[in-house]
Design a protein around this ligand. Structure first.
Ligand code: DGL
Length: 255
């Protein structure tokens, strides 16, 4: 099937898929969630590169003309080597949406929530170096957080306790905005808003990725000419119930 392949360590990249479907309504998408190997954020760079190659080969064998890495951790660890290996197709990655958050910050600090992998890697350090002169940036690794979304838990006391344990010490600070630097976290926006309060602004990278994907696919002359609404096919390396969760998350209204 002529399609754009999208993958993540699990169901998180569906937050990016939503933006892709909106931006490119006539394209077909195959979304591959690697829930059997999640989380990626605590793996080594080599492990993530190997998984990313396997998934990309699979997506190409299914007809993918472009691949979107809808995972900040996999982008940090593998997008560069993927672009070297798959020279003939557009490979689009994601990074924490620090730029708009800094631009719109009105004096408050900018907190970045992401996986240990994303925070630790060179790619993020360089991104942070570009903006930290302008505003205080607080990067926070959130091991264990994506697992809630993988279990379908997006609200409730258990999550609030997690936030309190990890982020309680920052409550005294003036946090103006929070960058959701892992594609699972946009599904937790409601719960995070409950924790941080209504004044905090949240930033995610999905829309930027969708625009960039359109630009790259168009530039390669690969845009679909169909006038029909495209299809979305879900695949997941985990249990069958992950497909049902994927469909539910895609159809969830905005927070
Ligand atoms: N969705 C992921 C990201 O954007 C990864 C979560 C994980 O597997 O640790 O980083």
């Amino acid at each position: 099937m002529d399609c754009i392949g999208v993958f993540d360590s699990g169901v998180g990249g569906i937050s990016v898929l939503k933006a892709l479907v909106k931006e490119l309504p006539n394209e077909n998408f195959i979304y591959y969630g690697d829930s059997a190997h999640a989380p990626y954020g605590t793996k080594t760079v080599e492990e993530i590169q190997k998984l990313s190659f396997e998934i990309t080969d699979h997506l190409i064998s299914e007809g993918a003309k472009a691949v979107v890495v809808a995972c900040n951790s996999a982008t940090s660890a593998a997008v560069r080597v993927m672009r070297e290996k798959y020279k003939d197709i557009p490979i689009v990655g994601i990074e924490p949406a620090l730029k708009p958050a800094v631009k719109e910050s009105e004096g408050g600090a900018v907190m970045v929530l992401a996986t240990p992998m994303t925070i630790r890697e060179e790619k993020f350090k360089k991104l942070m170096a570009r903006f930290e002169k302008d505003v205080e940036i607080l990067p926070v690794s959130c091991p264990g957080l994506m697992e809630y979304v993988e279990k379908g838990v997006t609200s409730g006391e258990e999550l609030q306790n997690y936030f309190e344990n990890l982020l309680g010490e920052y409550k005294e600070k003036n946090i103006g905005s929070v960058v959701l630097g892992c594609t699972h976290y946009p599904f937790l926006t409601g719960a995070l808003r409950e924790f941080f309060g209504d004044k905090t602004k949240f930033y995610e990278g999905g829309e930027g990725v969708a625009r960039e994907t359109k630009r790259r696919v168009k530039e390669a002359g690969l845009l679909s000419t169909s006038k029909e609404k495209g299809k979305v096919v879900f695949e997941n390396s985990g249990s069958a119930k992950m497909i049902a969760l994927s469909e539910k998350l895609l159809n969830l209204g905005g927070e």
